[in-house]
Design a protein around this ligand. Sequence first.
Ligand code: NAD
Length: 370
Amino acid sequence: MIIGVPKEVKDHESRVGITPAGVKALTDAGHKVLVEHNAGALSSFTDDEYQAVGAEIVGDAYNVWRNADMVVKVKEPVPTEYYHFREGLVLFTYLHLAPLRELTQSLLDKKVTGIAYETVKDRAGTLPLLTPMSEVAGRLSVQIGAAYLEKEHGGRGVLLGGVPGVPPGNVCIIGGGIVGTNAAKIALGMGAKVTLVDLNLNRLRELDDIFSGRLYTLASNAYNLERVAIEADLLIGGVLIPGAAAPKLVTKAMVSKMKKGAVIVDVAIDQGGCIETAHPTTHSDPSYLVDGVVHYCVTNMPAAVPNTSTLALTNATFPYVTTLARLGAEAAIKENAAIAEGVNTYNGHLTYKAVADNQGREFTDVKTLL
Ligand SMILES: NC(=O)c1ccc[n+]([C@@H]2O[C@H](COP(=O)([O-])OP(=O)(O)OC[C@H]3O[C@@H](n4cnc5c(N)ncnc54)[C@H](O)[C@@H]3O)[C@@H](O)[C@H]2O)c1
């Protein structure tokens, strides 16, 4: 198979779909890989590294898309990329189609096989291509929050770990899933006092065991949320209700009672945010103040650490890339239930129910089309 890796063009996207290690495995297996010039540069992978393991470096995106049987990317295509779509092309990337009618229409019109990272589901029922980005965002949320707590960055000048004779900072985490657990690991590692709030008591029991009592756990209700918000130096939002907008758990009134110079990192902002005063920000203008509280609400946090994020993402995507390359899309969809779950568009049909429902379009089960 000929596999194409274009350079990402979405604003501030610095990851890349396949690393040199991935190219080596694919070329060793007899496939051909076309990598656009500088596709990996922002993730610290040079053209020379790709070339050394057998990739062909291609000068422009047009020739990568035109000559590839399958294109492997990171972010959903932006309108300037729709032009490259053509019948029979396999596109493996994050698609997030629900709110993107125009992209959906274009994939359907051009009969592209669109396989979305975010809907690939493994046997355990988890979403293996979302997990690594939540791991990155969870760990990063503490690193970023700690930096914003510095006076220079608008924070109240608290060192999360404290020092002997001075108590550590208070980190409060809402949501004990992947983001929350990874945030807790880093915050505890830095020596902070960490409280984690979740609705799911069984999850709190597991976390209590995992962290051997070093983590304070609290059941999620409005009373406890107000208490943790008032005490927090750093408040991290990491809740998720699958398929729904995040609930506004910390209200504007609670934020107004927080300490001046405290920091909120609302990781759940990509689902609307779980803090009422949070609105989406970008890496070029990441933070703002409300009632003296610093808010950091970047929707694609992993792009801040593209080298780690690319490696983490491609570790997870690569087994599916090799299966698609080895079997071809049609056989891979038939044989591999996880890949079949990822198919959102196939031969002009919309094959993912939630997207069809969201856009009021007709849904067709991909299995009936093969
Ligand atoms: N901003 C970014 O760059 C970025 C990156 C990765 C993930 N995310 C987002 O972070 C969020 C969390 O992701 P995740 O992978 O950790 O999800 P997850 O499903 O692993 O965890 C969510 C947790 O929220 C808990 N929860 C649900 N309702 C709650 C409530 N009312 N009170 C307290 N806890 C509640 C659940 O019990 C669960 O433990 C998602 O919205 C995800 O899209 C954002």
